[in-house]
Design a protein around this ligand. Structure first.
Ligand code: KG4
Ligand code: ZN
Length: 342
């Protein structure tokens, strides 16, 4: 029997997305962003996001089905993000998915958005369970052991900000363009990472929890001190501040990943593997130290392509395919959940 053809829908934040997958093959993946709608407000406005999802979701579905070269009637199931996220958008997705599944007489699959991110390394690299995952973006930072489509062990995570958010804040404080990650990484090249001594938060505490808010404060203080002393910032100051900040994030992620790997390897997985996903995974300095750690421990290192690390519906369709295989279908009582921890 051929792999099932699955339509995925994603509308939990500020991307309206639809995708069609056959097994692990992505036949189409449409992502309609809303960045320009929220730009003037300095963040995602839930009401605006909800309206845009309601207007765009059916267009995204039409586009995804047409690009995949299939007909709606060919679909074997409809998967949708049922949470966590902004409730207006999640509701739009869940209602459309219920309508489609009922109209087509096909199974409905309710997917946890975070599980979608966490299962992406299986879609892109075919990782076997259990694998260790570091989800690190503008909104997330956590270590998970993925054991099954609905089975995750959280080893630790940030107790305050996510690293991407700290990169963005750093760029803002130094007058560099957004998103901050790429500009801070670029400015750090050939700069002196040792000139400013930034803290390595929580390294003195056991476990895999992380903290990044103190790092932001340290950067702000150092910047203000330089400005007070010199009357402004020189190009080299900016570069050295960026490099010092990035080195601190890198060192903290390295040490906490080392600890998470030790916990994971203590379970003697048959095919040990580590995946890093999320926008911050694009950072070459961070990636390099984690890749080296894995190599030292004989653990396979993977990082899904960026387009599949950021919000998309291919990951939702894929996670749905695992639910379908496990017989975990939903029905018309499927609820949209603003909160839904893994
Ligand atoms: O996963 P993502 O696209 O969106 C969510 O946060 O949901 O991650 C975006 C974050 C931003 O904070 C951005 O500054 C950060 O990822 N980022 C980076 C790099 N590229 C993007 N951080 C560090 N280094 C980079 N090269
Ligand atoms: Zn996401």
């Amino acid at each position: 029997m051929p792999d099932p053809l699955i339509l995925g829908l994603e509308s939990s934040c500020d991307d309206t997305a639809a995708a069609v997958l056959r097994g692990r093959e992505i036949l189409s993946s449409v992502v309609m962003g809303q960045t320009e709608l929220h730009a003037a407000f300095g963040g995602v406005v839930p009401e605006i996001a909800a309206r845009a999802h309601a207007e765009k979701l059916d267009l995204a579905v039409e586009e995804a089905v047409s690009r995949a070269g299939v007909a709606l009637a060919d679909l074997d199931a409809v998967a949708v993000t049922a949470g966590p996220g902004l409730i207006g958008g999640v509701l739009s997705g869940v209602m459309l998915a219920k309508g489609l599944a009922t109209g087509l007489g096909k199974p409905l699959l309710g997917v946890n958005h975070l599980a979608g991110h966490a299962l992406t390394p299986r879609l892109t690299d075919g990782l076997a369970y259990p694998y260790l995952m570091l989800l690190v973006s503008g909104g997330h930072c956590q270590f998970l052991i993925a054991r099954g489509p609905q089975e995750f062990t959280r080893l630790g995570g940030t107790i305050d900000d996510a690293p991407g958010e700290a990169f963005d804040k750093t760029a803002r404080l130094l007058g560099l363009p957004q998103p901050g990650g790429p500009s801070v990484e670029e400015a750090s090249k050939e700069a002196d990472e040792k000139r400013f001594a930034f803290p390595r938060p929580l390294l003195d505490r056991p476990g895999c929890d992380l903290s990044f808010s103190g790092l932001k404060t340290a950067l702000l203080r150092t910047r203000d001190k330089l400005v007070a002393e010199q009357g402004g910032l020189h190009e080299t100051d900016r570069a050295d501040l960026c490099a010092g900040f990035q080195a601190a994030v890198r060192d903290v992620l390295r040490e906490k990943t080392r600890r998470a790997l030790a916990l994971y390897l203590a379970e003697s997985p048959a095919a040990p593997a580590f995946a890093i996903a999320g926008g911050v995974a694009a950072n070459k300095a961070i990636r390099a130290v984690l890749e080296t750690l894995c190599a030292e421990d004989g653990v396979r290192f993977t990082a899904p392509p960026l387009a599949l690390c950021t919000d998309n519906a291919a990951m939702i369709a894929y996670a749905g395919s695992e639910l379908l295989a496990a017989g975990e279908t939903a029905d018309m009582t499927l609820a949209a959940r603003p909160r839904w921890p893994l």
